[in-house]
Ligand binder design. Sequence first.
Ligand code: CS2
Ligand code: MN
Length: 439
Amino acid sequence: VGSEMCIRDSGSAGLTPFFLFSMPFCIKYTRKNSKSRRIDYCQFATDILEYKQGCAAAVAADGKAKQHKEETPMPMKMGWRWYGEGNDPITLNDIKQIPGVTSIVWALHNKMPGEIWEIDEIQKVADQIHAYGFDMDVVESVNVHDDIKIGLPTRDKYIENYKQCIRNLSKFGVKVICYNFMPIFDWTRTDLFHPVGDGSTALFYQKDMIQDDYKAMADYILGFTEKYHMTFPGWEPERMAKLDELFKAYAPVTKEKLWENLKYFLEALMPTCRECDIKMAIHMDDPPWDIFGLPRLLVDAESIDRFLSMVDDEYNCLTLCSGSLNANPNNNVAEIVRKHCDRIAFAHIRNIHHFPNGDFSEAAHRDCCGETGIIEILRAYHDGGYEGYIRPDHGRQLWEEGPGNCRPGYGKYDRALGIQYMLGVWDLLDRLDEEKKKG
Ligand code: CS2
Ligand code: MN
């Protein structure tokens, strides 16, 4: 850029967030206790906690109460993926303070694929989300049972359960269900906290480490989840404990067979989706190529065309994940948006930085931090009059965020920065359109 971005440094490097925040309290209490002039940091910490709890209670008392100007309503709705109370270090109160977020992207994370999500369980989360004035329109994910992907006779039972989930979710106004159809593994990475070079870390994929040893990769991810008492969706320890069995069960499932099984599943669901007005939005495969001999379907423009025409129904939609698709740098995500804007129910925005040897790292959302083309993608959605849901996908881990206090890819800061970047671009596109209309 021609101009340089500066930040005023008051010399508190290393201690920053807590001390900057506690400064006004320090001054106030130092004066009050001027006899001893002792700064009691424990007291300050307690005060801050109480003060923050007070703020949270005020917001929860009236989720709509805002002291700042009402935000301009946008047709596109900004979401934030939240792992639920007690399961996510980020609170709804934290999320409420990010300008522009209206939708909590949620799930019942304790559910195994194939189980029914019961009304009272959904109600509990709904009460929490609604107390803060958010909608709960998008679920990510209702995971699909392996028997459905493999095409076993037992699949019909699990499809019936899935339909019941759809019906139950519709009672709470849910509009979109994000899911994936990847055999065995969800997203796959070789390093969850890889140094980016500026002090932050990000998810990283080292190509030569994902060859034939699926156990080494699974051990790494599961070692992490065990150590830090965190389970990742799609990496349920119960399923992962039976990896060899799973690989055996998937052995006869060729790519064509997997397509057939996906079609069977969706055709069975479509009438219920229509009845309940809920869109099924498939997530792209991540990374978008076969791994460990397992077929992957949603990998490029051609396969997306095939998917949409295979079940040509307005309730059969996409979760278009820019980062998953662009792990293959030949995939032009903006072009796909332009072609299928009306069938994208949910947009994941993530930027990727590629290395010449095929490795890739996740990057900040700012366009020039990676090669995914974030501005072009946003422009494509804007031109298409996109009215669906959008969320920042993975962010980097910043500042004090690290293993143990942060879900990989789902920290607080970089996703909040990403949202402000995306909305900045979007607001400008709105403004340019308005000016064009005025002439
Ligand atoms: C997500 C996916 O964290 C991520 O990479 O985008 O795990 C996504 O939630 C699932 O594939 C959807 O089922
Ligand atoms: Mn995604």
